[in-house]
Write a new protein. Structure first.
Lengths: 189, 189
């Protein structure tokens, strides 16, 4: 599978050192086929991000089920930290965030992934307008910042806390960004 | 000045591509003197971070003056976004954050900078114990995440908002982390 080969390579070598040729080899397809299918390394990176953070999983966490934790922030933070801590995705998450912050082409790919998938999916649940996108972004800023300091730079005491302590500390922030009254939150009109 | 030469080089070329030799040349000192003074590239990076984000400036924002905005979160977020937006520091901030997230040695330097300077200075104002360090970290997670999405990856709508809109949106989160009752916040004992 081309995307899973791309995900594997990007996760192991980072964005800059990964070549289309290496992904093609890993997926046993012709490099020209890869270019035909995806257009560029940047687009391939963007699509492979979806294999690691599936926007539908975030949407499921947002909407919740009857059996779930009733608080939306608790569901979101727990789901997000779960992806960072699961053995099959933790290395990918680290390399992907490092790549997305260090390389300008990877910035563009990450931006596209956020805008076209994450923010569209999450804000869709919240009503789909510009205010909903901003709410989703504010929640994302809290989650991304937590992951940076806890999993990437590993700064104690945040990196040493049990997961559920982090969920309890950060969830109210996410709940507020997603659900507080627009006036109270100070959303621009 | 050695540190300002280091800051300039790291900001222009990033952590990985900057050599001790290049910094020594820029500062017109012998590379062996540089090693003698700082021990390693990693330590030099950590020290040069202090030229960009001065922990004392953050402490001043925390304590405030009589003429200031009374809200602690508003002072902190405004000061931090100011460093990101000032012409003399914005390029440095971008390169430094990108370096700090992408290179394992730079992780260690950034972690040392956070632990030894930022968290110690900020938590000192808040009482100096382990709970104060965790409060400072939670505030940092909100600030770092906002900067990542607004200034590094540049994702709209967060990247398009006027600065004061972002201050108004994020300040209550920082205020809560720094000042809310420990029980309400859910701090571990």
């Amino acid at each position: 599978m081309v995307l899973s080969a791309a995900k594997t390579r990007f996760a192991r070598d980072g964005y800059e050192k990964t070549t289309l040729r290496a992904i093609a080899e890993e997926a046993r397809v012709d490099p020209s086929m890869l270019l035909y299918l995806f257009g560029s390394k940047e687009e391939l990176f963007r699509e492979s991000l979806r294999l690691i953070i599936d926007p539908e999983v975030l949407v499921a966490a947002l909407t919740g089920t009857g059996d779930d934790e009733p608080d939306i922030g608790t569901r979101m933070v727990r789901t997000y930290l779960g992806v960072w801590e699961a053995p099959e995705s933790s290395a990918s998450m680290r390399t992907m965030l490092a790549s997305a912050t260090s390389n300008p082409d990877a910035h563009a790919a990450f931006r596209g992934f956020m805008q076209n998938y994450v923010l569209t999916a999450v804000s869709g649940v919240l009503g789909g307008d510009e205010q909903a996108r901003l709410r989703a972004m504010l929640a994302a800023s809290s989650l991304v910042g937590t992951a940076m300091l806890r999993y990437l730079i590993c700064v104690p005491p945040l990196s040493d806390l049990p997961t559920e302590d982090v969920v309890r500390l950060v969830a109210p922030t996410v709940t507020r960004y997603l659900t507080a009254d627009a006036d109270e939150l100070g959303l621009p009109l």
